[in-house]
Design a protein around this ligand. Structure first.
Ligand SMILES: Nc1ncnc2c1ncn2[C@@H]1O[C@H](COP(=O)(O)OP(=O)(O)OP(=O)(O)O)[C@@H](O)[C@H]1O
Length: 315
């Protein structure tokens, strides 16, 4: 059984299509990174999984259940760290956990959870005085209550310092080792890279890539990023570059043109720009990172993106 199954899910808010025909399956026990830029539809998808919003079209199954008809059962078996979690100022960290334990009717020890998320010495303080990172740790502790089968973490590392982000990743791995499925949403690829088995990249409500980290790495391994210093390159000139064989994406910020391409295509890229009248001041090549690939899928024009998504989703 899949832990999460979305089939043709669309969510519209008036004229805005937040999620657009999304097909996505996350296997039981998978640590899945759900990536996409701001406004891509990640939080809306999560809200659909938890029945906080109802899809306009499509069907959803979570842990084999229909969240619309069995929302209580789904939420009992799911631990959620919501985006922008805010604490109850006048309750202590300990009381937050007691509250979470009671609402889930779970048998858990608040002190052990505080210890686990690095708040052992701060449990008796009012959470209103917590720093952003401490509040985020508390939210993670609350999500862990009752050993959920599914953990949904929306931007879990927001507000955490590097040590906190590392501890959070360790906890995610421990949860996965226990058999939990983890659905980890972020717009920062580096955060998911260290912890996720696989990722899906959402862009404008659509899944543009679904692959293992290794698969993405291999895709990146064959490519390079070319950075060309050239002022005022137009859309037409960029389109001419995008049409070249071996070019995955081409973008510009007005002064630097960034092109993801096969190493062999580099000369053609520069030649095409120069033929179109562009004055190339300088250029440099660097190995593509996963971050570049993410940008290619989310901002650029990566033609392989939708093909990759289709083949993985169907597999
Ligand atoms: N309740 C709502 N009413 C109207 N529009 C909404 C609502 N919720 C989300 N949207 C719109 O849907 C789109 C997707 O938003 P969503 O919050 O799902 O994106 P996201 O990927 O989680 O972004 P971020 O990384 O910024 O949190 C955006 O255009 C947003 O403005």
């Amino acid at each position: 059984m899949a832990a999460i199954e979305l089939d043709g899910v669309t969510k519209r808010f008036g004229d805005v299509t937040a999620v657009d025909g999304l097909d996505l399956t996350v296997a039981e026990g998978e640590v899945f990174g759900f990536l996409g830029p701001n406004g891509a539809g990640k939080s809306t998808t999560i809200n659909v999984l938890l029945d906080f919003v109802r899809p306009t079209e499509g069907s959803v199954r979570v842990l084999g259940m229909d969240p619309q008809r069995e929302s209580v059962a789904v939420r009992e078996r799911t631990g959620v760290l919501p985006e922008g979690f805010s604490v109850y100022d006048r309750l202590t960290g300990h009381e937050h956990l007691e509250f979470a334990i009671e609402s889930k009717d779970a048998d858990a020890d608040p002190d052990a959870l505080l210890e686990r998320v690095g708040l052992a010495g701060d449990g008796d303080r009012k959470a209103g005085g917590y720093s952003k990172g401490m509040a985020q740790r508390l939210a993670l502790g609350m999500a862990l209550v009752g050993d959920p089968d599914l953990l949904i973490l929306d931007e879990p590392s927001s507000g955490l310092d590097p040590a906190g982000a590392k501890e959070m990743r360790e906890i995610v791995r421990e949860e996965a080792d226990r058999g939990a499925t983890v659905f980890f949403s972020s717009h920062v690829l580096g955060q998911v890279e260290a912890v996720c088995d696989s990722v899906g990249i959402l862009r404008e409500g659509k899944l543009v890539a679904r692959d293992s980290i290794r698969g993405l790495r291999e895709a990146v391994g064959t490519g390079a990023t070319l950075e060309i210093t050239a002022e005022g390159v137009t859309d037409d000139q960029l389109d001419a570059v995008r049409d070249l064989d071996g070019v995955d994406a081409a973008t510009t910020d007005g002064t630097v043109v960034t092109v993801q391409c096969d190493p062999e295509a580099k000369t053609a890229v520069i030649g095409t720009l120069e033929d179109a009248g562009v004055v190339v001041d300088d250029f440099a090549t660097r190995e593509s990172s996963l971050e570049d690939l993410f940008l290619a899928y989310t901002e650029g024009d990566a033609p392989g993106a939708s093909e990759a998504a289709d083949s993985e989703v169907e597999a």
